[in-house]
Design a protein. Structure first.
Lengths: 350, 432
């Protein structure tokens, strides 16, 4: 496999698995908990390294998973004890754990073979050369195995529990009433988030995972109201971000993970502006059409067939600018609802 | 040993204490306005600004980088507001998007700069986690001047900001320039982030703002006290972090400060009076114990009443059977009452003392007065009264009780026809 293909495949696996999970986080307004988890798994990863002295994926996943669940548990604990509000509980838990992780990395840097830059940007560029051999058999690049594995786990869980996740995201009370434990589903989703974040961690780093979790999901959310379609679209946006990000990074000679985040951001910006019904421009057009119809209907109500009225009088009566009245009258004239006479406008009888 | 005269340590110490104080003050407002994570997003958003400042000015001078960071942070704040107002994306996602995309852009610029002019720019990555050791006297002066500006503005507009924080609608109705004040608060947040860039870096900046404020919140309900406490916690964490990183080898200052303030927060959450978990737990246990004792007193009183004599001995199983309770728990309560001199016991019988009768009479009085109040004032049927009174008998204060007694015309019997024990002499409302 060519190195370029390996990097692209790793990027796509990360992007799609993050997009799948991100959609549910976004719908449940838990995106910042995802952000918190992506930071807070660092001490878990380092402790996994320190205990086993190797970079094998399993201890890393176990350590990170434990700290991911610990984060969610602490945030919930502060929230439920009513000592802190949600934003504050998230805002105090993850910096504390992340700082702990950074200290561990700095103190035992030589032992864990992990540097701070890697934590932040990831090292996807080295993915092709980080090969994995088991019992003397070369299995190919390890990051590809790890990210493809997390992608498969995410895909299987999302398909298997699609109904439960969907219902509890849109109507948690009905889901609870039907007997799907909200707590269990919450922790399941959070564990899945931790696994996804750890799988992506080595490749794209702690903070850019957040971009992959949130941005494609938010982009898809602006396009569609249909959950399966949203999952497809988010995966597509993630994939496009991964591929275009790689080539942007090569053109600029800059960080691949950073470029992927920037490409995802650009797609979000485009969709934010141009999405058909939820985009800024789309919404502006809809509002303008409504305003026009409203003005026309209000004017028509005041006009009669037997007597013409001058635009200036109408402007005075409605308290609108005369130009607005004139534009509305011109539209009505084009629609053949009113006609212009010597002393003003008159409604055409039907 | 710590060498306090070391120039580096002095610089770092002064800088981190100043930053902690300023961060605590501004963070208090962010915390109360539920904008903790906005601070996080603004800090991350500052990174591309630092890089652009470097590229535009061609120098690593503090003013260029700070101006860039200030600019980028404000743009980030604007984008968040714009996305929330202009689309259906919720605030949490908008914050996450700005945080991660701006940071990604920052990383792209950073790696680009590092690879193109390696030697010259390699210092920029210290803004990720901060590198206090590179702090110069000029940097500390900048932090000092900026910090004083922030503190001055906060002090000057304290009343307005307080009103905005707690009751935005009321502040608006008084004609305060709400929009302007909100912009000022966000600008102060960005300013503190910029001041802290070199010390703790963009990634952990949010902890300098929020953690001391969250700790201070546990100790008081007054904003002025909270702001001062947050400043104190922030300053103390800064000092501890600076000293710790000087003493322990390979301990970065920024994360050390964050860990110190996290410890301060944990202590506050556990041990602060009133809000602290431990004190809350103790108070809860005390109330539960009092309720159990009052219930036992009441059981003894009513059983005695049924038999026609209040101070008579009652068989042990009869009393225990009055409500659902285990043998051992019951024995514990009996011992408690005995120790207070309210109860005398023999092998198979329990007997209220004169003092015990007086105590029990008060519990029963609260219960029956409340039942009477419910039945007369709210016209509740007789079978609805008991459960409510079971709860109220433990919480009615003497003043309320006196008022109730007066309101009901000093009644003698409850709705079930049983006598209401009289008030002890000297209690409010006892004069007949």
């Amino acid at each position: 496999m060519s190195p370029e293909l390996v990097i692209l495949l790793v990027g796509i696996c990360v992007a799609v698995s993050c997009a799948l999970i991100g959609c549910f986080l976004l719908l449940r307004q838990l995106t910042l908990l995802g952000d918190a988890i992506s930071h807070a798994v660092l001490p878990g990863i380092v402790i996994g390294f320190l205990l086993t002295g190797s970079r094998e994926p399993l201890p890393m996943f176990l350590g990170a998973g434990a700290f991911g669940v610990l984060t969610v548990f602490l945030v919930d604990l502060f929230l439920r004890s009513r000592r802190l509000r949600e934003d504050a509980s998230i805002g105090v838990v993850f910096p504390g754990l992340f700082a702990l992780g950074v200290i561990l990395v700095s103190r035992y840097a030589s032992a864990v073979d992990l540097d701070i830059e890697c934590v932040l940007y990831g090292e996807i560029a080295y993915a092709p050369w980080d090969t994995w051999s088991l019992f003397g058999v070369e299995l190919g690049p390890k990051p590809l195995w790890v990210t493809a594995g997390t992608f498969l786990i995410d895909l299987v869980v999302v398909i298997a529990l699609f109904k439960e996740l969907k219902l509890s995201s849109f109507d948690p009370r009905l889901a609870a009433a039907l007997g799907y434990s909200p707590v269990l589903l919450h922790y399941l989703l959070m564990t899945l988030t931790s696994v996804t974040v750890v799988g992506a961690f080595e490749s794209v780093g702690a903070i850019l995972v957040v971009a992959m979790l949130i941005v494609p999901a938010a982009t898809a959310y602006l396009i569609t109201d249909h959950l399966p379609r949203m999952l497809w679209l988010a995966s597509l946006v993630g994939t496009v971000a991964a591929v275009s990000g790689y080539f942007l990074a090569r053109a600029l000679d800059a960080s691949i993970a950073g470029s992927m985040a920037v490409c995802a951001g650009l797609q979000f910006l485009l969709v934010l502006l141009f999405a058909p019904s939820y985009g800024v421009i789309g919404r502006w057009l809809v509002r303008r059409r409504l305003m026009r119809r409203l003005s026309s209907e209000l004017l028509l109500g005041k006009l009669t067939t037997d007597r013409a009225v001058r635009a200036a009088d109408l402007a005075q009566r409605f308290g609108w600018a005369e130009s607005r009245i004139l534009r509305a009258l011109q539209r009505l004239e084009r629609e053949q609802q009113v006609e212009r006479t010597a002393d003003g406008f008159r409604r055409i009888g039907c | 040993m710590i060498d306090l005269s070391s120039y580096t340590l002095q610089t770092v110490l002064v800088g981190s204490v100043l930053l902690g104080v300023v961060g605590g003050v501004v963070g208090s407002f962010a915390l109360l306005r539920r904008q903790s994570l906005l601070g996080d997003a603004l800090a991350h958003a500052a990174l591309p600004g630092v890089c652009l400042g470097f590229l535009a000015a061609g120098t690593k001078a503090a003013w260029a980088l700070s101006l860039g960071a200030l600019f980028a942070g404000l743009i980030g704040a604007l984008v968040i507001v714009g996305v929330v107002r202009g689309s259906r994306v919720k605030e949490d996602a908008a914050i996450g998007i700005v945080l991660s995309v701006f940071f990604g852009a920052g990383i792209v610029l950073l790696t680009r700069i590092q690879r193109s002019e390696a030697g010259n720019a390699s210092g920029l990555d210290r803004f990720l986690f901060g590198q206090a050791a590179t702090l110069t006297t000029t940097d500390v002066v900048v932090i000092g001047v900026g910090g004083c500006l922030v503190l001055l503005l906060t002090a000057l507009w304290f009343k307005e900001l307080e009103l905005l924080t707690f009751d935005r609608g009321f502040a608006a109705s008084l004609g305060l320039p709400i929009r302007m004040l909100e912009v000022v608060l966000t600008a102060l947040l960005v300013l503190v982030v910029v001041l802290g860039l070199q010390m703790v870096g963009v990634v952990l900046m949010v902890a300098t703002l929020i953690t001391p404020a969250a700790a201070a919140r546990q100790w008081t309900n007054r904003l002025s006290v909270m702001v001062l406490l947050a400043a104190a916690f922030g300053g103390l964490s800064g000092a501890i972090g600076a000293v710790a990183s000087a003493v322990v080898p390979r301990l970065p200052t920024g994360p050390a400060i964050v860990v110190a303030s996290s410890v301060a927060l944990s202590i506050s959450l556990l041990f602060a009076p009133q809000r602290g978990v431990v004190f809350g737990w103790i108070a809860e246990r005390r109330t539960a114990a009092r309720i159990r004792i009052e219930n036992l007193l009441k059981d003894l009183y009513r059983l005695g009443e049924d038999r026609g004599a209040l101070g008579d001995p009652l068989p042990w199983p009869l009393v225990q059977g009055a409500r659902h309770q285990g043998r051992r728990a019951f024995a514990r309560r009996v011992r408690l009452l005995q120790r207070r001199g309210w109860l005398a016991r023999s092998d198979d019988a329990l007997q209220l003392t004169a003092m015990g009768v007086a105590q029990a009479a008060q519990v029963v009085r609260r219960h029956r007065l409340w039942e009477l109040y419910l039945s007369r004032r709210l016209d509740l049927p007789a079978d609805h009264l008991h459960r409510d009174a079971e709860a109220m008998e433990h919480v009615l204060s003497d003043e309320t009780l006196g008022e109730l007694d007066r309101l009901l015309g000093h009644p003698q019997t409850d709705p079930h026809g049983r006598p209401i024990p009289p008030a002890p002499t000297g209690a409010p409302g006892s004069s007949r």
